[in-house]
Design a protein around this ligand. Structure first.
Ligand SMILES: Cc1ncc(C[n+]2csc(CCOP(=O)(O)OP(=O)(O)O)c2C)c(N)n1
Ligand code: SF4
Ligand SMILES: [Mg+2]
Length: 317
């Protein structure tokens, strides 16, 4: 420090994180994989919200999509297959100060992780869940997943899948205490970004299903949807996902949908002639388990002992 003492300034310079501050390892997904678009959107959101990288954590399971934490220059936990949710709930229960994202795939969430998915939604802790749904197990090279459509061929069903697909939106909307359910597509960056941003801003568990292209194994699955925007229905409402008029015009098929109406959300999720994109449901007043688990955090050892003894004294004979 130089100059007279009264002119010294010990304040750190104002921080301005750029995109580079959130860019981790080079993404090794296939060219054209929709996961790249989701990564870009999350990094942009982190930059726009100026999330401190050291206070941000991405938790995932196993799968191509679950490699996400490696590509963020934040904290991350690349966990076990299907176990992203309990890890994330555990972190959240002790760290209310962190910005938390959970990235999972249709195999990771809707097959092996189903039990954890149900309870994470019910706990409604403050988490932004991104389900990257490419209708296939990509990492393990082309096995039928719960969201694979009837007739689709894979290594496990070379003559075609015989079961109807599980609908992740309907399942989530059927879980007690669900508080935020949305759907978007990886190939429309403004809608993708705005959906993830709205989900991040929601206080509670936000569940976003992202229709994600896998050009390597299921290139045809969303190709037709991409070409024919009538197969997508944009949900509009003042409480929904904000989208500039110039981008709304790209969706010829639009429907007004009130995200505060649970029966309407369930009916919308079940439409099978179109993919509804936007906010299906939001309930700001759903109970949050992380508000319970955060109680007592920051207390000293002596304060904890005093509180424990106070409780135990109630049982004195
Ligand atoms: C306990 C366990 N069972 C099975 C596997 C093998 N496995 C790894 S990833 C995966 C499926 C991933 O599919 P998905 O979640 O859809 O991710 P994607 O690769 O499509 O992004 C499977 C079955 C594993 N790693 N651990
Ligand atoms: S196999 Fe599919 S999901 Fe996996 S990186 Fe390649 S395109 Fe993406
Ligand atoms: Mg998958």
């Amino acid at each position: 420090m130089q100059g007279p003492r009264h002119e010294w300034n010990a304040e750190p310079p104002e921080r301005n994180c750029t995109l580079q501050d959130y860019q981790g390892a080079t993404a090794r997904w296939c060219p054209g994989c929709g996961d790249h678009a989701v990564l870009n959107a999350v990094q942009q959101l982190a930059r726009d919200k100026q999330l401190p990288p050291e206070k941000t954590v991405v938790v995932s399971g196993i799968g191509c999509s679950s490699r996400f934490p490696h590509y963020m220059k934040t904290y991350g936990f690349h966990g076990l297959h299907g176990r992203a949710f309990p890890v994330a709930c555990g972190v959240r229960s002790r760290r209310p100060d962190l910005h938390m994202f959970v990235v999972t795939g249709d195999g990771d969430c809707c097959a092996i992780g189903t039990a954890h998915w149900i309870h994470a939604i019910r706990y409604n802790m403050d988490l932004t869940i991104l389900l990257l749904d490419n209708n296939i197990y990509g990492l393990t090279k082309n096995q039928t997943s719960p969201t694979t459509h009837i007739g689709e061929k894979s290594n496990t069903h070379p003559r075609g899948n015989v079961l109807p697909p599980l609908n992740p939106l309907s399942v989530t909307l059927g879980i007690t205490n669900a508080s935020f359910v949305a759907q978007t597509i990886d190939w429309n960056p403004p809608h993708l970004y705005s959906t993830i941003r709205t989900a991040y801003e929601h206080k509670g568990t936000s569940f976003v299903r992202i229709l994600q292209r896998c050009p390597h194994f299921t290139a045809h699955v969303f190709a037709e949807v991409q070409q024919n925007m009538n197969q997508v229905c944009l949900l509009t409402h003042e409480d929904g996902i904000p989208l500039d008029a110039q981008f709304q015009r790209l969706f010829p098929n639009r429907a007004m949908h009130n995200p505060n109406d649970l029966p309407a959300a369930r009916a919308m999720a079940q439409r099978d002639e179109v993919y509804p994109v936007g906010l299906l449901y939001r309930n700001e007043s759903a109970a949050r388990y992380d508000l319970q688990t955060a109680q007592g955090l920051g207390k000293s050892q002596a304060e904890k002992m005093a509180a424990t003894e106070k409780w135990l004294s109630r049982f004195e004979l």
